[in-house]
Structure formats: C-alpha cells, structure tokens
Design a protein around this ligand. Sequence first.
Ligand code: ADP
Ligand code: MG
Length: 680
Amino acid sequence: MQLKDPVSVLKGVGPKKQAALKRLGIETIGDFLMFFPREYQDRRSICPISQLKQEQPVRVRAEVELVVKDPYRRGRRQNLRLLVKDPTGKLEIVFFQAGYLADSFKIGTVYDFYGKPTVNRGRMQMLHPDFSKQEQGESSGILPVYPLAAGLTQKEMRGWQKTALSAAGEIGEYLPADLVSRNRLCSLEYAIANVHFPEDRKPLLQGKYRLIFDELLALQTGLLAAKNASSSGKKGIVFSPGEKAEAYIMGLGYQLTSAQKRVTEEILSDLSSGNVMNRLVQGDVGSGKTVVAEIALYKAVKSGFQGVMMAPTEILAKQHYSGLSKSFASHGIKVGLLTGSMGSKEKRETLRELAEGRIQILVGTHAIIQPDVVFHKLGLVVTDEQHRFGVNQRTALSEKGENPHVLVMTATPIPRTLAVILYGDLDISIIDELPPGRQKITTRAIDQSQRNACYDFVEKELQKGRQAYVVAPLIDESETLDVKSAEELYQELSGRFKGVQTALLHGAMKQQEKDGIMERFYNNEIQVLVSTVVIEVGINVPNATVMVIENAERFGLAQLHQLRGRVGRGSHRSYCVLISHNPSEIAQQRAQIMAESQDGFYIAEQDLKLRGPGEIFGTRQHGVPDLLLADLAKHIKILNDVKQEAQRITEEDPLLESETYSGLRRRVIKLFGEDFSLRL
Ligand code: ADP
Ligand code: MG
C-alpha cells in the first residue's frame, strides 16, 4: 500500500464508501493518515458502576439482567432498555427507537459498554453506549473517534485507518536533522501512528506536538517567504515627501482624533521610507479607519500614482465609492468603481480609464483581482475588512503594480500577540479611540415577556422617521431552518408595522438580490430590515437607530458587538435590544457586558474569557488557511518556538529554494494552495 493509492485499495471501500470518504476530503491513503481523530475514548480501565460520574465517559463491564422493549405504539419505533449489573451496583441503559437491538443482548452475558452516564429522575443512566461482548475486538485501549460523514461508521474508520498506517513508513523526514533534535521532535511516522492509535497519553501528546509544530512551521515560513518574495531586492516607492497631505486633512471639516493622527503619521513615514509599506490598521467599528486610508490614497495620487481600495462585498464597495467620490471631488481626483455585477460596457470604459491613468483611485470588490484589470501606475493598495480576504488575494492585488505599498484595515479586534502572528508579514497600527461626540448606544437585555413592548418601541422610532434592523434567530447552524425562522419573523413584523416597508434578507439569496435590498435600505426606501446574520460588516446607514437581536443568547460577544455597531452612526440616539429566548447564565453575563461597554477590545477580551479562544479565532475568517490540528490561540507557546525556527529558515533560504527545504516548501504550498507557489 502506498500513500498515493486511492482509498479503494482498502478492503470494504467500494464506490459508495469512496464517495462518503471524499466528502471528508479523503481520497488517498495519504489523506487518510492526515485525517485526525476529533477526540479519544480511553477504554483501558473499567469503571465500577458505583463510581460512575455524570457526564464522564467511561467503560463499564456488566452482566445483562433484563432486556425490555417499551410497549408497542403505532407508528413509533420502540425504545430498548437494559438493566445491567456489576459487583458494585446496577445501571440502566437506554437505546431510543432501537428496539431491534434487543436480539444483540443475552441475559446473563457480560458486555462492555462505553458511554457517558447521565442522571434521569435521580437514577444513573447511559444513553446509546457503544457496546461489545467482553473480549471481542476493539473494546480496550485508547480509541480514536473520527468525524464521520453519512454512510460511514466509527468501526469502519478505525479499521481502515489501521490498515492505512502500514503505509506510514513511506513518510520520510523532511525537516533537517538539527531542527528536529533542537526542538525534540519525534519522527513523523511515530507521530502519525500515535495520534491515530496512541499507546499511551505521552506518545499521543508527543505525536500531536510534532504534527502541530509542522503545521505551524509551514504557516509561518509560508507567510515569511511570501513577504520575502514580494519585497526581495525591490525598493519601495518613495511618495513625494514635500506633499504633506495637509490640504486633505484641512478640508475634512473635523479634527482627527489623536489615535488617527498617530496612525496617519506611521503610515506617512512608511510611505516615504524607501521600503515597501505592509501595514495593518486595527480599529473598532466607527473608529474612523476610512479617513486614514483616504489620506494615504491622497498622498499616493499627489505623488503621481494610482491607489486602489478593495472591499469584501458589493454594497461595501459602493458605499466606499460614494464616500470617496465626494471627498476627492473637491481635490480634482477621479474615483472609479469596479464590481462583478457591472455591465460589460460600463466595465470596459472603467478599465480603459484605469489603464490610461484617468481614474486615479479605484474602489471595488475582488473583481479587481481579475487579470484584465490593468493599472497605469499603481502605488498603493488598501484592503478593507481584511479578515475576509486571504493572503493570496492580498498578494494578487499587489502584483498589479511594481511593489505598491499595502494598507490593510480590520475591525475585528484581536489581541496584539495573536495579531503579530496572524499577520506575520505586517506592521501593526491601532486606532484605539472613537471620534468625539459619539453617543452611547442604549443597550437592553430582555426576555420573551417584554418582546411585545420592544416592538412597540421600534414602532415609535419608525414613526419618528428612523429605520431599524431586526436580526432573526439562529437555529443550530442549519441555514435552511434559519431562513425559515427569518421568514416567519418577517411575516410577523411586516403585518405589524403598517405604513412602512419591511424587507427580508438572508444568506441563501443571490448576491445581487441582497445588494438590491441593502441599497434600498440605505436609501430609506425600506425602513425595517429583517435578516439572518448576513448584515454586512461596515455598512453605514446613519438613519437606522434600532438594532433588535432575537435569540441573542446564541450569539458570541464579538458578533453582538459588530451587530450593534450598525446603529449609533448618526446624530439620533440609538438603541440595541437583545432578546433572549432561553437565557443561560453565560448569556446573561454576555448581555451584562454588552450593556456596560462599547469598547471592542474590552469585549473581545471578555469573550475570550467566557468562551475560550478556539471558537473566536476561527482561522478562516482571518484569511489564514485551514489548520488541521493547530489552534492559533491555544498553541501560542509552540507558535513562539516555531516562529524562531521559521525566522532562521527564511534568513538562510528566503524563498525556500534549496534542497534542504524542498519538503517544507511542498508542505507550504499544500497549506496555502497551488497558486501560492507562483509567489514563492
Ligand atoms: P470604521 O473605522 O468603522 O471604518 P468609518 O471610517 O466608517 O469607521 O467612520 C465612521 C464615521 O465617523 C464616518 O462617518 C466618519 O466620517 C466619521 N469620522 C471619522 N473620523 C472622525 C473624526 N475624527 N471626527 C468626527 N467624525 C469622524
Ligand atoms: Mg469601515
């Protein structure tokens, strides 16, 4: 068996199983080995029934005393109940709707049951345990538990994985011996064997460490090599130092906050340093990042270059376009717009003006990355809401100029340590101050009983001419059900609010449809927007003063904060109402934090405390490739070791071109995707 063999070489894998495995991303034996358990079941010891603890999964070895099916009822599958005993006590075991299992158990025979005890009416139960006759098959040891797809069983996965392991010997060492020994890494083969079928806790941890180390090393060296590739031997454009951007700042009609001033200084000094700027600006919702980018764009144009600003959605791009057109018109600077939905004639015209340099600043969606978009002389690239874009997209845009400066803006507050790693190739500026005179958004957490009163209040705001957002309940991550609940809410509210337009927006709609609705909301042709959580980040409708969030207990703090940031953007007093349908303690704490603070960094910190890091820093949303095992927040310590090695490696071999690092290079490309190799 070889790593590159298709999974169909495994016994029992026919076309159906093959298709099911493919859904898990497993096509070859090699893929199988890199498909890791979600958790483990430690079945090495047997727990006496008298010592069972709630919610702690264990193995019980017990004799079956009674096998009972619930009474037969038409149209319903029967439940099966067992009473089992060991020398220390008795336990009830329940299989819901699984009466057919009755024949699997013989009274007086001893079985092993593995499961999580729960308490029901004061009695200990085990629901749906794994079971096997004593001394049969896989009942002991530390067993892997794999994520499954429909049509696959845990037993099959374990069996196949065991067979696949015979090919693990083929995986040679690809890292230099000194690096391996310096970091006390075990061999890759040992790691893989023990992560699937650990002999013990310690080998499992060693194995995991090695695999996580490798993954993070590929991530870090990849980021550093990409940075080297984009700036190696190339000097940054020096923007005319004489041009101070004062003229632009003077014309703003307001004073920059001192945080904005500081960040502007940092940017302007990058722009005339002779090096290529690679800077991330982090700032809370409404902290005024756009104007900072505008100043940089102004400077680029005044120095004879073009600038570009990329936004993640059409509606945001359009919003930026209309804002920038206005601000730059009085300076005689022409701004253009390019999005995917534009007609081809319009698009051709824009592309021509861009190539001729008549459009000096281009605003658009990722349509800007297309090969037919050619600049006359691109000097500055700005991306807004960076976490929606991947590293690849960022670099692709830069390649439209000769080493243009890069400015990245994000409203997702990330603790500094983590940001340094996630954006390993960027310098970081933080706008940690809101413009003066921002009103506090009155925030209330209520329960169902006050729901009616809440919508009465919304109606009053509507009568005053304001607009409102209503976020529909989230339902267990199922998009279809979310849409259904949003539709119901929409029906209810459009019946209730007379004389205003209510509209529904959900994730299953076509982009064009969504944009149309957002645009009408923006223009106050729609007054109440009911939506699933698709409300675009960064959308700015100053006349909207109420944000109602149904099912608020299901949202994380960071998300609640982002949603609330949609209101309080104009001169009217604004409100945020969190309706909890089933408030848990943690939901109450969250509501409390929301009511007491409006500071995104503070809220992010609290979120971290309440939820733990894993859930918050989903790497996807930061544009970092999917990691199999590593967790950027949990593995900070490994990450620091890895960073040092990555630095050492890329100093020695900036683009990973030597034989020594060819294996690492392959891993980097595998992690970031094929088109990444073009940039190395
Ligand atoms: P974000 O950081 O969320 O992108 P924006 O750049 O959209 O924030 O700014 C939000 C609003 O604040 C805009 O209407 C902008 O004109 C305004 N603004 C920005 N800076 C200042 C300032 N220093 N004083 C007053 N208003 C400001
Ligand atoms: Mg913004």
